[in-house]
Design a protein around this ligand. Structure first.
Ligand code: ASP
Length: 592
């Protein structure tokens, strides 16, 4: 027998019990006549004691040879500790060891396996299995498991059925590149891995499944972006015979349930904001509404004086930093430098100090009067002792710049509180998005999203103004879910494909199966998908998703532990009919 109890289990009421425990050696303190060992497993830590007077010589000897991360089994008696450790649930007791078996030895681990580790990111990823032994990572994975379980239970109770959809498919456009898999049996042909199960879940609606969900892996070959993973997990959902309102209510219910079950937090009805308002007030379609500093547009109040920078700007935005008048000149300069960094890209920043006595002091005193500043204060909501910060320029540049500054200040002023949860529905997204580079429109969500009936007639005359039945769920400044009501008739779908630049032949080739299905009684339907990795991270109070994934990839899309991706050998390439031109000089592909 390996164990009668786990290492997190024993309490004072177990004193005098004979127990068997197994686990990893976390720490050894050897005083010669007495040796203490912290024994660890998933459930906790229990202290072992080896005592010259009460433990046999052989066991004493074996204990003195233990080292970090050895795997051992011990038999012994639970005794009350002389000096208790209130930090540890098992801290009132220890095990007086009678027998010790070393089940496996360990090399010295490359980093310390404790809550705070000396291991850098790369090292931790290379030895991820050791990293997983650390409490923070283990707890993240357990939290993720709890989220999945709560999602499954909640949705099944609401009559959703989990259905698996295939991984070896054809391209589903979600705006990224596909990962492809060569087919050996169909030479020269490739599967694509799903960017999402979008078309399949729609076909399940045509198939009458009515309410579907799936906790499912999705694959997107995107360029390096911080905190993105080439494979990630969605809670993917679809419902038939629903309006946007039904979907928002259903998934508001799920999100409330998760916040309650996982965090014990009760939230009232989620606020809703149009995409337009989100952009106007926060410069961002996923605003963090845990704090204020909404944008005030100052065009009317700041143009037509002698200040050319503002006169030439398309948009002038100000925000009021609460109590910002206490910032020193140096601190303000640091903020100005911060917005001028290439990552943000502002040309400069104007500031107005709102003094206690109602007067103002600004960096543009030469050009403006007190009543101008009073007006700006009114528009930005600045009170005495606040600081107004102002950026100006092209709308599509100045909004993201100000948004970045607002988030920066939010973090700096401690306004982005970890244990506060502020969900928000962003609705009424545009159907289409203009791309400067290629000079054409793309679907903002995906090409299956239904336009709002009242704006579809603008498709030819003013495509940018067509609104979609699309929505995002935002939590603390992160998009945690997004979806839409779908097109469910062939005519509209063909029209949208055509508008997006698909020839009828291309549309047929890529999505013929869906168009065919729409001709066999497709019900009205819509859905949403949540990012499980991100949701778990936010519920765990963290920004990065990486430590909520057991075996994540690094920023270059590599798994540094198993060393993937890797070249194929020539044999395999031939079998797959992949006649790659390999440059002899820099080829790393082994040859036989
Ligand atoms: N398939 C969409 C996505 O991955 C979600 C949806 O529309 O339901 O973003």
């Amino acid at each position: 027998m390996y164990r009668t109890h786990t290492n997190g289990e024993l309490r004072i009421n177990a004193v005098d019990k004979e127990v068997v425990l197994s686990g990893w050696v976390q720490k050894v303190r050897d005083k010669g006549f007495m040796i203490w060992v912290d024994l660890r497993d998933r459930y906790g830590i229990t202290q072992l004691i080896f005592d010259e007077e009460r433990t046999s010589k052989e066991v004493m000897q074996a204990a003195s040879e233990l080292s970090r991360e050895y795997v051992i089994r011990v038999t012994g008696t639970v005794i009350e500790r002389e000096s208790k450790n209130p930090q540890l649930p098992t801290g009132d007791i220890e095990i007086l060891v009678k027998e010790l078996t070393v089940l496996n030895r360990s090399k010295t681990p490359p980093f310390t396996i404790e809550d705070e580790t000396d291991g850098g990111e790369d090292l931790r990823m290379k030895y991820r299995y050791l990293d997983i032994r650390r409490t923070p990572i283990r707890e993240n994975l357990i939290l993720r498991h709890q989220v999945s379980m709560e999602v499954r239970n909640y949705l099944s109770q609401k009559d959703f059925i989990e259905v698996e959809t295939p991984y070896l498919i054809k391209s589903t456009p979600e705006g990224a590149r596909d990962f492809v898999v060569p087919s050996r049996m169909n030479k020269g042909q490739f599967y694509a891995l799903p960017q999402s199960p979008q078309t399949f879940k729609q076909l399940l609606m045509v198939g009458g499944m009515d309410k579907y969900f799936q906790i499912v892996r999705c694959f997107r070959d995107e360029d390096l972006r911080a905190d993105r993973q080439p494979e990630f997990t969605q809670i993917d959902c679809e419902m038939a015979f629903v309006t946007q309102e039904d979907i928002l209510n259903t998934f508001e219910g799920l999100t409330k349930h998760l916040l309650k079950a996982i965090k014990g937090v009760e939230v009232s009805e989620f606020p809703r904001m149009t995409y337009e308002d989100a952009m106007r007030l926060y410069g961002n379609d996923k605003p963090d509404i845990r704090f204020g500093m909404q944008f005030g547009e100052l065009n009317e109040a700041a143009k037509h004086r002698d200040f050319n920078v503002f006169n030439q700007a398309e948009l002038i935005i100000g925000i009021a930093v609460p109590n910002g008048n206490s910032f020193s000149r140096k601190e303000i300069d640091a903020l100005i430098n911060w917005v001028k960094r290439p990552q943000v890209g502002a040309m400069g920043m104007v500031y107005v100090r709102c003094n206690e006595d109602g007067t103002f002091k600004s960096s543009v005193d030469k050009f403006y009067q007190e009543e101008d500043f009073a007006k700006w204060a009114e528009i930005t909501g600045a009170k005495p002792n606040d600081l107004i910060l102002i950026l100006s320029g092209d709308t599509h540049k100045v909004r993201p710049q100000m948004s970045a500054l607002r988030m920066h200040l939010g973090a700096q002023l401690g306004l982005r509180k970890k244990d506060e949860f502020a969900p928000l529905w962003v609705v009424d997204f545009p159907l289409l998005e203009w791309d400067e580079e290629t000079g054409r429109y793309y679907a903002m969500h995906h090409p299956f999203t239904a336009p709002k009936a009242e704006s579809i007639q603008l498709l030819e005359s003013n495509p940018g103004a067509v609104k979609a039945n699309a929505y995002d769920l935002v939590l603390n400044g992160n998009e945690i879910g997004g979806g839409s009501i779908r097109i469910h008739d062939k005519e509209t779908q063909s029209e949208i494909f055509k508008f997006l630049g698909f020839s009828p032949e291309e549309a047929r080739k890529q999505f013929g199966f869906l168009m065919d299905a729409f001709e066999f009684g497709s019900p009205p339907h819509g859905g949403i998908a949540f990012g499980l990795d991100r949701l778990a991270a936010i519920l765990g109070g963290q920004e990065s998703i990486r430590d909520f994934i057991a075996f994540p990839k690094n920023n270059a899309g590599r798994d540094v532990m198993i060393d993937a991706p890797a070249p194929l050998d020539e044999e395999q390439l031939k079998e797959l009919n992949l006649n790659l031109q390999i440059d002899e000089a820099d080829s790393s592909i082994p040859r036989h």
